[in-house]
Design a protein around this ligand. Structure first.
Ligand SMILES: [Fe+2]
Ligand SMILES: [Fe+2]
Length: 247
């Protein structure tokens, strides 16, 4: 890997880290990964930071550009996919998103609680809530990937199963997933209350702002994710089982 910037990268190298994060908060996740301070020390230009941390500027800039590209997916297009493919996309996009973001948001929340906890006790409560919620969410993903999704995939490919028994087993599993999704919704409501709908105080530092922006995006992603499971995957699978057990 070369540590020399290409001419096209020059304008990036002159920019200050804090300004890049202010324009595109998702770049904070990249800086965090490299251990680069984008908050109090965010006044340094990227070039200085790369030299200090011995980072290949081209590799870093490539990751920053990638972070800026929208992470959004076309939810309506996903809803049209065959169920097998829909499951794969849910895992690849939404589950991976949660696994990638969760530990970094945790670090942001810890810092904000540490710095602002005295004047803003809600930030300490937010950290506690985040810890409970993320643990719940990660357990839920495990359960879907270990039991729920393999159950659906097996049923889709094996026509010799007893459909009536399958439908009964599925309905118990389905209720469990719906209950867990409802719990996630309750966590979301509490998160919104504690953050005043993700509005930081005017004097909040960059980490505080990035934390709230990250949580707002996390909510959007989770709502789309749960929509695809509750309103598309589960009912379509159940309707298919009912058709087959009646036939
Ligand atoms: Fe899921
Ligand atoms: Fe789920």
């Amino acid at each position: 890997m070369s540590d020399r910037a290409t001419p096209q990268s020059e304008h990036w190298l002159q920019r200050r880290v804090g300004d890049i994060v202010a324009d595109h908060y998702t770049t904070a996740f990249v800086f965090k990964k490299y251990g680069i301070d984008f908050c109090c020390g965010g006044g340094r230009p990227l070039q200085w930071v790369c030299q200090k941390h011995h980072i290949d500027p081209n590799a870093l800039i490539a990751q920053l550009k990638q972070a800026i590209q929208s992470e959004s997916v076309d939810v309506d297009a996903l809803a049209q996919l065959p169920l097998n493919e829909l499951i794969d996309r849910i895992v690849q996009h939404y589950h991976q998103y949660i696994r990638y973001r969760t530990p970094i948001i945790q670090q942001f929340a810890e810092k904000v609680a540490r710095v602002y906890g005295h004047a803003h006790p809600e930030t300490v409560k937010l950290l506690e809530l985040w810890q409970q919620w993320s643990a719940h969410l990660l357990k839920h993903l495990e359960e879907e990937e270990t039991y729920t999704f393999p159950f659906i995939k097996e049923a889709l490919k094996n026509e010799s199963f007893d459909r009536a028994k399958l439908l009964e087993d599925w309905q118990a599993m389905h209720r469990r997933m719906i209950d867990q999704h409802q719990e996630e919704g309750t966590y979301l409501e509490r998160m919104r209350e504690l953050t005043d709908s993700y509005r930081p105080p005017d004097y909040a530092c960059r980490t505080f702002r990035v934390l709230y922006q990250s949580l707002a995006e996390f909510e959007d992603q989770l709502l789309a994710h749960v929509h695809l499971e509750n309103n598309v995957l589960f009912p379509r699978f159940e309707a298919m089982l009912k058709r087959m057990s009646a036939g």
